[in-house]
Design a protein. Structure first.
Lengths: 312, 343, 295
């Protein structure tokens, strides 16, 4: 039977212990550690997002910042605008075509990057350049390469006898679109290749060894073993790339400003022109919101792919 | 059926690691050869070089008398079972087994027939539509074997296929493997670090250490006539007792060290005062752990007494033990076995 | 094939050797093509930097050689006559601050999600991920209002405030991956040895995750240096611009493009970042696979 003094001591130690071990209380630490990021995200992402919706339902412009609720009028006006169909179509076209190309090229590049050869470090460096350069600067570099008068690409083609005069890359609708797609593909392939590389490396050596012993040549191993096992990773890489292309306005802004005559206008760049340069915040926000449903679908698709990677 | 021959094989990895340091080996037709040794001794590397998954730094591999240098694994008519079984996770069991046949260009009907034959032989016919992740360890192993079998190879290569199974399963799996090989009759090279496995399965055992083959022989040969102290102490559990004498090493197995009265030293045998530290009762036998100080310095020694030997032995006491002359093995200080017969 | 038929085996061997060298050549050629196409614009940009105007503005001149003697004039112009230096400083400043904020916020968050199982931890992880998918091109309009309401219009502080929204989600994801790769035993050992949870975290996990942290620093810095939309939308005053926006806007005065200086700027910025990225490539891959596979 503990004495009164002992009992008192135990009680004191108990509460002091609790206080001292505050730093160990996981129940407290866990949410506490998360708090700053949640605050940040709520304040600067969730709130602006809701704000964007609010703007889209109003008539706010830079000139007339008073908030008046106008319902879906902006959305209706945008849909009626012929540029809308153009922009939407372009956005989808650019994303789809770019991604189709990126998937193939990135897979090739990833295979090259995992192989062993002399000068690998240098090749890796070169191949990373398109991705690691700020978008705007890379686009500017291409601006000259595709110039209507001085394009070096034209010069090479002329010297090889394949071209007479100038292919006006950024001035002709079809070529302009091809150029925008080309620059997107050029930029995103390294990123996709790196992601796919990660997946390739994750396949245990045993399996490729077994395929070798079993008699599979390099092509069969690639198509029947490597690619199927890598599908989730390829899916993730493609979806990331698609999101980046879908929401990008920089390439279009720098290269063509959406021209010629809205031939290369995409939703993101149109939103920028209307909202910031044109000052019509409400309409700009409304245009930008059209991006959201597609992004949501893509996000869900990515999560499912990631989950499938874990199952194995 | 083919004979596998390895001539003066060396394998050096980038970074200077020498995995295989001059190995000469030849299998006999249809034999079950075990490569036995501790981790890092080079046995798996040797197997991979034979398979063609690694290229030797120098030396040759011959299968069926033809040099295999420069030939990829699929041209060597071999089949391999990996430690992890390396089943293709995204394919069904049937697809796994028919994969090599597909690579060989065999048509679908024939593929199915062969796969079912192999599956039947291994008792997994009912699993053909499952995926590897739904199979137990033992079932996976059998799928790996079926996949290997279906190619009708000339040589079977197995890399520690039992080490991923739990102990109980290992014994039955071992039995199955042995039966399997006897039925098929294909030359088999089997890598393991487990000497019990090696002794149970092998027609011959090649004991390896540090990239070299120390000795090749039947289980009886390597056990009774070890070529050096490494082989002598690697095989047998507990290992052979080795005592130092002024000019050589003397070895005798724990089961040959018996209390005087049960055995007599006889001609050339030794008599030792065994200072007993501990007696472990293991059911079917007793392990007596202690030291002796007669021949050379104080050395730790173990004696294994079967339960049928009832002689009383107690910790803390000193008992006279003997080892018969014919059970003694002599080694030079360097480890090499000497021909000497007596002390 | 009968292995004892030596001639057949010999033929196989030669065929295999031929196939191997063909594959090798194919590998080198494709690697070369990829490298050239990727780096081509920069190599050419490097040459262009030093081209004299008459040389450059002539469609018949070979763009890859110096038809007239090279000049340092445009490089000088870029470095001393424009605000390029200011841009670089701004970018560095913003970068460092953003990285600091990112780490301060992401490290605890990643640790919490990886180790401490907070309530709705799984949902939180997914939520953070979803945030990453609400792009600047959606938010920039409302954020520009927020920024001007806060009085940060035309200031690099606007960027410092907003960029972490881009860097935090990815950093948390990457760091989570790195933390999960560290065995729990080590922290538990530290706690048994007498450290509090935080103490164990600081003393054992952080040092081990250091390579991952460095990778995150590089990644976050790069993200903030690349960013265009917010920079373009929030900052119009030249002295506050970063490289990403400053170079395209300032070096194009009306219709006059200072091409050589533009190319110089592109190359000057691109190459160091690529070099650093290349060095950390392995780390990124590790972090990425950890984050995804064990996610």
């Amino acid at each position: 039977m503990a004495s009164k003094a002992e009992q008192r001591m135990t009680w004191q130690v108990g509460s002091r212990a609790e206080r001292r071990y505050l730093l160990d209380r996981e129940g407290l630490l866990a949410p506490l550690f998360l708090l700053p990021s949640i605050i940040y995200i709520v304040a600067l992402v969730a709130v602006p997002f809701l704000l964007a919706i609010a703007f889209a339902l109003s008539d706010v412009t830079v000139g007339d910042p008073s908030y008046d609720f106008v319902g879906l009028r902006n959305f209706a006006a945008i849909i009626r605008d012929s540029t809308f169909r153009r922009s939407l179509g372009n956005t989808v076209l650019f994303t789809a075509v770019s991604m189709a190309l990126v998937v193939v090229l990135a897979k090739l590049l990833a295979l090259i990057l995992v192989a062993d050869f002399k000068g690998k470090w240098l090749v890796r460096l070169c191949v990373l350049l398109p991705w690691t350069t700020p978008v705007a600067l890379a686009a500017v570099a291409w601006l000259w390469l595709l110039d209507s008068v001085f394009s070096p690409v034209d010069w090479v083609l002329r010297t090889m006898g394949l071209l007479h005069g100038n292919a006006v890359y950024l001035g002709r609708p079809g070529l302009a679109m091809a150029s925008v797609i080309a620059v997107h593909v050029w930029r995103i392939t390294p990123l996709a290749a790196v992601i796919i590389m990660a997946g390739l490396v994750a396949i245990p050596d045993d399996i490729t060894d077994a395929a070798q012993v079993d008699g599979a040549g390099p092509w069969r191993t690639l198509f029947e073993i490597t690619v199927p096992l890598n599908l989730p990773v390829i899916a993730v890489a493609t979806l990331f790339g698609a999101i980046l292309t879908f929401t990008d306005m920089t390439v279009v802004y720098v290269l063509t400003r959406g021209g010629p005559i809205a031939a290369t206008q995409v939703l993101a760049s149109w939103a920028f022109f209307k909202g910031i340069e044109g000052g019509n915040l409400a309409q700009g926000a409304a245009i930008a919101l059209f991006l959201f449903p597609v992004l949501l679908a893509a996000a869900i698709a990515i999560l499912q792919s990631v989950r499938r990677m874990e199952v194995r | 059926m083919a004979v596998v021959e390895v001539r003066d094989l060396h394998k050096r990895f980038a970074g200077g690691v020498v995995a295989v340091d001059g190995v000469d080996l030849a299998t006999e037709e249809g034999e079950y050869l075990v490569l036995l040794g501790p981790s890092g001794c080079g046995k798996t590397t040797l197997l991979r070089v034979i398979a063609g998954l690694e290229q030797p730094t120098s030396g040759e591999v011959l299968i069926g008398g033809s040099p295999m240098t420069g030939l990829p694994p699929r041209a060597r008519q071999i089949a391999m079972v990996f430690q992890s079984y390396a089943l293709y996770p995204h394919k069904t069991v049937l697809a796994n087994i028919t994969f090599p046949l597909k690579a060989a260009g065999i048509d679908k009907a024939e593929r199915r027939r062969k796969a079912e034959w192999a599956a039947g032989l291994l008792g997994i016919g009912h699993l053909l539509d499952r995926r590897p992740r739904h199979l137990s360890g033992g079932e996976r192993q059998r799928v790996a074997l079926a996949r290997a079998l279906v190619r009708e190879p000339s040589v079977f290569l197995l890399d520690e296929p039992l080490s991923n199974l739990d102990a109980k399963l290992r014994a039955t799996a071992r039995e199955d493997l042995r039966e399997f090989q006897e039925r098929i009759g294909v030359t088999t090279i089997y890598v393991t670090h487990d000497q019990v496995e090696a002794m149970a399965l092998g027609d011959r055992i090649a004991v390896m250490s540090e990239g070299k083959v120390r000795q090749v022989g039947t289980p009886q040969q390597v056990y009774r006539d070890p070529a050096d102290t490494f082989v002598a102490t690697f095989l047998g559990s507990p290992p052979m007792n080795i005592l130092e004498r002024d000019d050589c090493l003397v070895g005798f197995r724990p089961e040959h060290l018996l209390p005087r009265g049960i055995a007599e030293p006889g001609d050339g045998g030794v008599s030792l005062d065994f200072h007993v530290h501990r007696v472990e009762h293991l059911g079917s036998e007793r392990h007596v752990v202690g030291t002796v100080g007669e021949i050379g310095q104080e050395t730790r020694v173990i004696a294994v007494l079967p339960s049928t030997v009832a002689a009383p032995v107690h910790a803390g006491q000193t008992e006279p033990f003997v080892a018969a002359g014919r059970d003694l093995r002599f080694f030079a200080k360097s480890g090499q076995r000497l021909e000497r017969q007596r002390l | 094939m009968d292995l004892t038929d030596h001639t057949a085996v010999e033929r196989q061997r030669r065929a295999a050797a031929r196939r191997r060298s063909a594959a090798r050549i194919g590998l080198y050629v494709s690697a070369l093509v990829f490298a050239l196409v990727s780096a081509g614009p920069f190599l050419w940009g490097l040459i262009t930097t030093f081209k004299a105007n008459p040389d450059l503005y002539n469609p018949t001149h070979n763009p890859f050689v110096f038809n007239q003697p090279p000049t340092l004039e445009h490089l000088r112009l870029l470095l001393f006559d424009t605000s390029f230096g200011t841009f670089v400083l701004n970018t560095l400043l913003v970068g460092v601050l953003v990285v600091t904020i990112t780490l301060t916020v992401s490290l605890p968050a990643a640790y919490s999600l990886a180790r401490l199982n907070p309530p709705w931890g799984g949902a939180m992880g997914i939520a953070i991920f979803f945030v990453y998918l609400i792009p600047p091109s959606l938010l920039f309009i409302s954020l520009s209002r927020v920024v001007s309401t806060l009085g940060l219009q035309d200031s690099t502080w606007a960027l410092v405030l907003v960029y972490p929204t881009i860097t935090i989600p990815v950093s948390v994801w990457l760091l989570m991956g790195f933390f999960k790769a560290i065995p729990r035993d080590i922290e538990e050992q530290a706690m048994v040895d007498g450290y509090s949870r935080i103490g164990a975290f600081v003393r054992t996990v952080l040092p081990l995750a250091f390579p991952g942290i460095v990778a995150v620093v590089v990644f976050a810095f790069t993200l903030s240096a690349h960013e265009f939309i917010y920079a373009l939308a929030f900052v119009s005053r030249s002295s506050e611009k970063t490289i990403s926006v400053g170079v395209p806007t300032e070096l194009i005065r009306g219709d006059v493009f200072f091409w050589q200086s533009l190319q110089a700027a592109a190359v000057l910025v691109a190459v160091p970042i690529a070099v650093v990225f290349n060095a950390f490539l392995e780390r990124f891959i590790t972090g990425f696979t950890m984050g995804a596979v064990k996610g």
